[in-house]
Design a protein around this ligand. Structure first.
Ligand code: AMP
Ligand code: MG
Length: 331
């Protein structure tokens, strides 16, 4: 069987049969492509970790297609979670709450909580619905690499490891979901993503965004992650000065338009829209790692709204900042 198939209803049904039988299916969501397994089949979930090369201490997000499914996953649903599900589902918001005993430990990496979201994508929703079970799905890339926003990138990263890749075109949002944990009256941001902190706070008041060590609470938020295969550095100084340096072999990524006349400058959004920046971030970094460049320097964005998620991914992808000193690039 051809492994990449267009996401027609017929092929989504094939995918659902594969998931029911304990296989793995990669599928598009509104954020990035996911590598799915039936969340209640521990052996299938174990294969997800193997195929990705993902450490077992890094828990998976469970995807559902209708609200009632949370009752198989969460022990209780507090009223603030009800509000957030009502406002943001389907959408790029993941809720972490105490889990039901039946949720396999391998899904949650042994934690007593489980992360759940309802993706806003017809292919993902049909696949889950027709499987008839929640689908555990991390991003469909090798562990530590950039998340895939196109079906071909999944095939390049995971090769034979995945039974079927449903091709639904390029994903819209391009960065992963926002992950928040709800604990009694407090809400903690574990990972910035497709829904901004400001939007969440409109409905539930202030949330805690300054966890000193989210790695402890959310083991997957490792410092180095989402990285291209060539080194990436960040730059916050005077762009004109940067462009005067010897940049041979170096690509410059600029989220927003800048005045330049150099071929090595890649602008993520010519119209200056942060949503387009997020949506193009991973695909442009993937294109650059496949090209002749040996390093990337990225300009930064303000850490507000979606910019918070963009900067989170850029910082995790980077090996630090570069500066210009006396006309030369220095680390
Ligand atoms: P990915 O599937 O690659 O987008 O990563 C999912 C991320 O969600 C993990 O790496 C964790 O950071 C977070 N996560 C999933 N489950 C939990 C949980 N039970 N508690 C805290 N964070 C979680
Ligand atoms: Mg991932």
């Amino acid at each position: 069987m051809e492994r990449i198939l267009p996401a027609t209803d017929e092929n989504i049904k094939k995918g659902a049969e594969i998931l029911k039988g304990g296989g793995l299916v990669a599928f598009p969501t509104e954020t990035v492509y996911g590598l799915g397994a039936n969340a209640f089949l521990s052996q299938a979930v174990a294969r997800v970790f193997e195929v990705k090369g993902r450490p077992r201490f890094d828990p998976l997000i469970v995807h559902i297609s209708h609200r009632q499914m949370v009752f198989h996953l969460f022990r209780e649903v507090p009223s603030v979670a009800e509000v957030l599900m009502e406002k943001f589902w389907p959408g790029p918001l993941t809720l972490v709450l105490p889990k039901k005993e039946e949720v396999p430990d391998i899904v949650t990496a042994g934690l007593s909580t489980v992360a759940v979201r309802m993706p806003d994508h017809p292919v993902a929703l049909k696949l889950i619905e027709w499987t008839g079970a929640p689908v555990a799905a991390p991003s469909a890339n090798r562990f530590g690499h950039l998340s895939p926003t196109r079906a071909q990138e999944v095939a390049l990263d995971l090769g034979e490891g995945v039974d079927l890749i449903l091709d639904g075109g390029k994903t819209k949002i391009g960065v992963e979901s926002t992950v928040i944990m709800i604990e009694e009256e407090k809400i903690f941001l574990l990972r910035p993503g497709g829904v901004s902190v400001e939007e969440i706070e409109k409905w539930v008041g202030k949330i805690e965004t300054t966890l000193s060590s989210p790695e402890i609470l959310s083991p997957g938020t490792l410092k180095k992650h989402y990285a291209p295969r060539i080194p990436l550095y960040l730059f916050e100084g005077d762009v004109e000065e940067l462009l005067l340096c010897d940049l041979s072999g170096i690509a410059i990524v600029s989220p927003f338009p800048i005045a330049h006349s150099r071929e090595e400058v890649k602008v993520l959004s010519e119209k200056g829209d942060i949503r387009e920046v997020a949506s193009n971030l991973f695909s442009v970094l993937r294109e650059l790692e496949e090209s002749h460049f040996r390093a990337i320097i990225s300009l930064t964005v303000e850490e507000k709204g979606l910019g918070r998620a963009v900067m989170d991914r850029l910082k995790r992808a980077s090996s630090g900042y570069v500066k210009v000193r006396e006309g030369k690039l220095v680390l």
